[in-house]
Design a protein. Structure first.
Lengths: 430, 101
C-alpha cells in the first residue's frame, strides 16, 4: 500500500477496522487520528480542546495513571486545607466527550512510521502526535537519593498515585515536637518555580497549629526564587522565626542524603540531621522524549514557539514542562494554554482549518502562603522568532506591603486561586 | 560571621589536579549606598605547603558570601591554609590537609 498516503491509509483502516482487527494495532477512526501521550495539564487539556473544536478527529489519550493527582494544590494537603480526593480527577469526562483513554505507558515513538508503542504491546497509529510527558527526576544528581530513599525523603514533585504527597503529610503529622523539616530545592529550570516556597509556607501553616516549636530549613541551590519578597514577607509575618531559607551562597546546596541516618549533607560537607526531609531533585523531561531523541543534550525538548512542533521530528508537538520555553515557567497553566495552540497547529493540516498565526500564552501562578493568604505572578507571553517573550505590562506580581494594609488583597487572591483551580480542572476533565 | 567553609578531596595522587571550593559568609558592606559602616574583606589567599597558590583582592564590586572554585596540582605533604583578611586587619583562617598518595 505504498501508493496510499498516510491519511488515506488511516481512513481506509478506520472504515474497515472492525473486520481488519489487526493484532496489536488499535484502530484509527474518522477524519484523522490525534494521539496524545500524557494525561496531565497539557495532555488532558489538549484532548478536551480537540474533542470540542475538532469533533471529526479521533483522539486517543495514553496515560499510565487511572486518575490524575494534580501537583497544584498538593501543597495544600501538607497544610491540611485539602485531602487527596480533592485533587484527584477522573478521566471519565474525557471519555464522555469521545476521547479514547488508554491507561498504559508509551514506551516508544516511531516518527517515520507514525506509530506509538505501549508497554502492554499495543501499537497506536497517528496522523499527529502531541506529547505532554511531564518531568523525570534526575536520580543521579543527589548522591544517595534513589527510589528507596524517596520513601524516606519523599520528593512529592510528581503527582503519580498520590502516595508521595500522602507520605510527606503523614511524616509531618508524626514528627516529634520541636522537630526539623528540611527541604532540598534545585537549580532552575524545574517544574513549578514557586512550588517549593508555597510548600514551605503550607508546612509552616500546619506546624504553627500542630507543632509550633518545629523548624523548617529550606536548603536552596539558588540565590533567589519566584515571588521571593512576597513569600519572605508572609513568612516573617505569619511564622516568625520558624523558617530559615539557606541560599547556595550560605552552603544551601545539598549534594548527598543519607536516609538511614536522616542526614542532608551540603556542598561543603555540613551534616544536617533532619526529622522530615523533602528532596526536590533536579529534573529533565520525562524519559519518553529523551529516549526518542526529541529532547536535546539539555534533557529538555526544543519546540517551535508558534506551534510547539518538536524541532527533531515532523507531526509531533511537545507541550508542558518537558519543553524549553523560557521565560514561560514550567506550570500547569502554561501547559493548558499552550495545549490549545499545539492542537490547532497540529490539526490544521489534518482538517484544513487554519492554525493561529499570532498565538498568545497565559500564565498565572497563585500560591497560598497561609490562611486566606494568596499571592500571584501573572504574565502573557507571545512567540518571537526563536523563543518567547513576556508581553510588556501584561502582568505583574501581587503588591507588597504590611499584612494590615494588604489583608483584603491576600484574602481575595486566595479565593481567586481556588477559583482558578476549579476552572482549570474543568477545562481539562469536564 | 560564620566559620569559613572549604571543600577538598580527602586524598589525591601527587601531581593530580584537585578542585578546591571555598565559601565564607560575609555581608561585604561597601557603605557606598547605605548608611551602615563599611564591613569588607580585603583579601583571600590559599597556600599549599606554605606556598601561595591562589589569591584574590576584593573590591567594592565583590558580592556577599564570596565563593571560589579553583584547581591546584596536589603536592605532598598536602597542607592547605586558607586566609580571609578583613580591611580592618583581622583575619579568618582554615587549615585542611589532603592525603597525598
Amino acid at each position: 500500500m505504498t501508493h496510499l498516503t498516510r491519511r488515506a491509509f488511516g481512513t481506509l483502516l478506520g472504515a474497515s477496522a472492525a473486520t481488519l482487527a489487526a493484532p496489536g494495532l488499535l484502530r484509527a477512526q474518522s477524519a484523522g487520528r490525534l494521539v496524545i501521550i500524557g494525561g496531565g495539564f497539557g495532555g488532558a487539556s489538549a484532548a478536551r480542546f480537540a474533542r470540542i473544536h475538532y469533533p471529526d478527529v479521533g483522539v486517543t489519550l495514553v496515560e499510565p495513571q487511572s486518575s490524575f493527582v494534580t501537583c497544584p494544590y498538593g501543597n495544600l494537603i501538607l497544610g491540611g486545607k485539602r485531602r487527596l480526593g480533592d485533587i484527584t480527577h477522573s478521566y471519565d469526562g474525557l471519555r464522555a466527550r469521545g476521547a479514547e483513554v488508554i491507561h498504559d505507558r508509551a514506551t516508544d515513538i516511531d516518527p517515520e512510521a507514525h506509530r506509538v508503542t505501549l508497554a502492554g504491546g499495543a501499537v497506536l497509529e497517528y496522523d499527529k502526535l502531541i506529547v505532554s510527558p511531564g518531568i523525570g527526576l534526575r536520580w543521579d544528581a543527589i548522591e544517595g537519593y534513589d527510589d528507596a530513599a524517596a520513601e524516606v525523603f519523599p520528593h512529592a514533585w510528581i503527582g503519580g498515585d498520590g502516595s508521595q504527597i500522602s507520605t510527606l503529610r503523614a511524616q509531618l503529622e508524626a514528627m516529634p515536637e520541636g522537630g526539623v523539616v528540611a527541604l532540598s530545592i534545585p537549580e532552575n529550570p524545574f517544574r513549578c518555580p514557586p512550588g517549593p516556597y508555597e510548600r514551605i509556607s503550607m508546612i509552616a501553616h500546619y506546624l504553627k497549629q500542630a507543632n509550633p516549636t518545629a523548624k523548617i530549613l529550606a536548603f536552596d541551590s539558588k540565590e533567589g526564587f519566584a515571588k521571593q519578597g512576597l513569600f519572605q514577607d508572609a513568612w516573617a509575618e505569619l511564622y516568625g522565626d520558624m523558617i530559615e531559607w539557606v541560599p547556595a551562597s550560605g552552603d544551601g546546596r545539598i549534594e548527598r542524603v543519607d536516609p538511614a541516618n536522616k542526614l542532608f549533607i551540603s556542598e561543603f560537607g555540613e551534616e544536617h540531621r533532619v526529622d522530615v526531609g523533602n528532596v526536590i531533585p533536579p529534573q529533565y523531561a520525562a524519559s519518553i522524549v529523551r529516549d526518542t531523541g526529541l529532547a536535546n543534550e539539555s534533557g529538555w525538548v526544543p519546540v517551535d514557539p508558534h506551534s510547539f512542533a518538536a524541532a527533531a521530528a515532523r507531526d509531533i508537538h511537545v507541550i508542558g514542562d518537558a519543553t524549553i520555553a523560557p521565560p514561560m515557567p514550567k506550570s500547569g497553566y502554561v501547559a493548558n494554554s499552550t495545549a490549545k495552540t499545539a492542537v490547532a497547529a497540529a490539526l490544521a493540516e489534518v482538517t484544513g482549518r487554519p492554525a493561529w498565526d499570532a498565538p498568545v500564552y497565559f500564565n498565572t501562578c497563585y500560591s497560598h502562603a497561609g490562611e486566606e493568604y494568596g499571592i500571584s505572578v501573572v504574565a502573557v507571553f507571545r512567540p518571537t522568532e526563536d523563543g518567547f517573550e513576556a508581553v510588556p505590562d501584561s502582568g505583574g506580581l501581587s503588591p507588597r506591603g504590611p499584612l494590615a494594609e494588604q489583608a483584603r488583597n491576600r484574602r481575595l487572591e486566595a479565593r481567586h486561586a481556588d477559583a482558578w483551580y476549579d476552572s482549570i480542572v474543568k477545562d481539562m476533565f469536564s | 560571621m560564620s566559620t569559613p567553609r572549604v571543600r577538598l578531596p580527602r586524598s589525591a595522587r601527587a601531581g593530580d589536579e584537585i578542585e578546591v571550593r571555598t565559601l565564607i559568609e560575609h555581608p561585604m558592606h561597601t557603605a557606598v549606598a547605605t548608611p551602615e559602616p563599611r564591613d569588607m574583606l580585603a583579601r583571600f589567599e590559599a597556600r599549599l605547603n606554605g606556598e601561595a597558590v591562589f589569591a584574590f583582592d576584593f573590591a567594592n564590586g565583590s558580592a556577599a558570601n564570596p565563593t571560589f572554585i579553583f584547581h591546584v596540582r596536589a603536592v605532598p605533604p598536602g597542607d592547605f591554609v586558607f586566609t580571609w583578611t578583613h580591611e580592618d586587619g583581622h583575619s579568618f583562617t582554615s587549615e585542611q590537609s589532603v592525603r597525598i598518595i
